[in-house]
Design a protein around this ligand. Structure first.
Ligand SMILES: Cc1cc2nc3c(=O)[nH]c(=O)nc-3n(C[C@H](O)[C@H](O)[C@H](O)COP(=O)(O)OP(=O)(O)OC[C@H]3O[C@@H](n4cnc5c(N)ncnc54)[C@H](O)[C@@H]3O)c2cc1C
Length: 326
């Protein structure tokens, strides 16, 4: 499929990038690796008049560890680099492992961490060709007034399927966002609106410069598990990330975040409170698995049986906690 026509901008600094976005107003979109955006453009789900590429902004490709402050990763760091970089492997091996589970080798070579956390929500009734789209009534995400998955639904239930955001949220990561008004730091979790149609809170004209995982989280045990149809290429049909801090064998802090089950990366409320002060063991793993299962409500908007995806959430949660016991 061909791309629609657009004007390509390749600023060499963040300042120039912000100015170009401001100049083009709503007609411009940020282009990182393009492995999400260009596919959507080919399907004519989006047709921005201008693309502002981040490829020539060297500062977005830095990976820096500062003792006491944490690990800062530029938004333009590719997933291949994330999976193999020595600093990431040493300081946050779970993130390197999770990056290695995204899509395929070829895609990871161009795909960036910034594009990964900001990838759009997906649905089997939305990520389709224009011809397919003409065969059904337009849903909320196609600017219509209905949802094919939840017939009486009042909003879009398209699913967030990013692999990295759940782990980064469990690790309490923050993002640095730059706009014409300056730079601001915010918890990564605050970017997500929970609405499948417009999954991000107010990012127009803004660029994510990078993410920081605080020092305290780097000392936690953490891991991500993903359920997909094939071992390579596929998006998660369900995914679980856990970050855990132990003190003398007792849980001090536990954070549990899911993907592929809601329109945003979904933090399981109460997971930490339920674990606090308890020993890490089979009983706790089962309890956390049950909590994650109860919180997850996957719908029939992706391939795979929603009930099986929900069961996998429980199984993967238990599996991660069991892996921390050895
Ligand atoms: C076949 C296939 C399989 C895939 N499998 C997976 C998978 O298993 N798991 C997974 O998580 N993803 C998967 N993806 C989706 C995609 O490849 C990844 O999410 C990738 O990391 C997106 O990064 P990118 O740099 O290519 O983003 P782009 O496509 O360039 O951008 C994605 C979105 O983020 C915005 N954006 C990007 N960077 C910034 C920034 N710094 N500031 C502001 N906005 C920004 C863009 O405007 C765009 O809206 C798959 C894609 C394909 C085609």
């Amino acid at each position: 499929m061909n791309l629609p026509r657009f004007i390509y901008h390749s600023p060499s600094s963040l300042k120039e990038c912000i100015a170009t976005l401001a100049d083009k107003k709503n007609s411009a979109q940020v282009l990182a690796g393009g492995s999400d955006l260009l596919v959507r453009m080919k399907l004519r789900l989006e047709a921005p008049g201008s693309l502002v590429s981040l490829a020539d902004i060297p500062t977005l490709k830095d990976i820096v560890y500062r003792p006491g402050k944490g690990l800062t990763i530029g938004a333009g760091v590719t997933l291949s680099l994330l999976a193999s970089d020595a600093v990431i492997r040493e300081r946050c091996p779970a993130l390197a492992d999770a990056a290695g589970l995204v899509a395929t080798n070829q895609i990871r070579t161009v795909a960036t961490i910034g594009g990964n956390i900001l990838q759009n929500t997906r649905c089997r009734y939305y990520n389709r060709s224009p011809l397919w789209g003409m065969a059904v009534s337009p849903c909320f995400k196609r600017n219509g007034g209905l949802c094919h998955v939840v017939p009486r639904g009042k909003r879009c239930f398209a699913v967030y399927q990013g692999d990295l955001a759940p782990l980064l949220i469990a690790l309490n990561a923050s993002v640095k966002i730059v706009s014409k008004k300056g730079a601001e730091e915010a918890p990564l979790e605050s970017l997500y609106s929970g609405d499948g149609k417009s999954p991000f809170n107010n990012l127009a004209g803004k660029v994510v410069e990078g993410l920081t995982i605080p020092e305290g989280s780097l000392n936690m045990l953490s891991a991500y598990r993903k359920y997909r149809l094939r071992g390579g290429i596929d998006f998660p049909l369900a995914g679980v990330a856990v970050a855990l801090k132990l003190d003398n064998g007792l849980v001090q802090d536990l954070r549990l975040c899911l993907t592929g089950v809601a329109s945003r990366p979904f933090t399981v409320q109460g997971a930490g409170d339920a674990a606090k002060g308890k020993p890490l063991g089979r009983e706790l793993a089962r309890e956390e698995g049950k909590l994650a299962y109860a919180a997850a409500h996957p719908l029939a908007n992706l391939e795979g049986d929603p009930a099986a995806r929900r069961s996998m959430i429980r199984i993967m949660t238990e599996d991660i906690l069991a892996s921390f016991m050895v």
